[in-house]
Write a protein that binds this ligand. Structure first.
Ligand SMILES: [Zn+2]
Length: 126
């Protein structure tokens, strides 16, 4: 079974994806805001908490800041995509091969800068 190659976005799809990007930007900003408090360096009161819960607290904090890093990276991508969508006319085009990324992929991840085959090529290299 072969899937047809992705097509260029219609004007309606572009409008819809721009709205998705804006909503995503707001959501990710809120996540960063909410996570900022949780990711503050743990001040460890050794008498108040034992060794095990101290390790727990550190691990939890590392997970939190890793999550925040990922959120920040995604927010960067979202903003870049928004700029392309609002200023340029190349939104929806793969930044590597310039082929259309395709609506289904953009609907799932509107901030994605590359088409599926470039993405998998990049992942294979990494
Ligand atoms: Zn591509």
């Amino acid at each position: 079974m072969s899937t047809p190659p992705p097509e260029d976005l219609t004007a309606a799809q572009q409008t819809e994806l721009r709205a998705d990007l804006r909503a995503l930007e707001v959501e990710l900003e809120a996540q960063l805001e909410a996570g900022r408090d949780g990711a503050r360096p743990v001040t460890l009161d050794q008498q108040a908490i034992g060794r095990v819960s101290r390790i727990d607290a550190i691990q939890q904090q590392q997970m939190l800041s890793e999550g925040l890093r990922r959120t920040r990276r995604r927010l960067d991508q979202v903003r870049r995509a928004l700029r392309r969508a609002e200023v340029g006319d190349d939104y929806g085009q793969c930044s590597r091969c310039e082929e259309p990324i395709g609506y289904p992929r953009l609907k799932a991840r509107p901030e994605t800068p590359t088409c599926l085959s470039c993405q998998s090529a990049l992942e294979r290299r990494a």
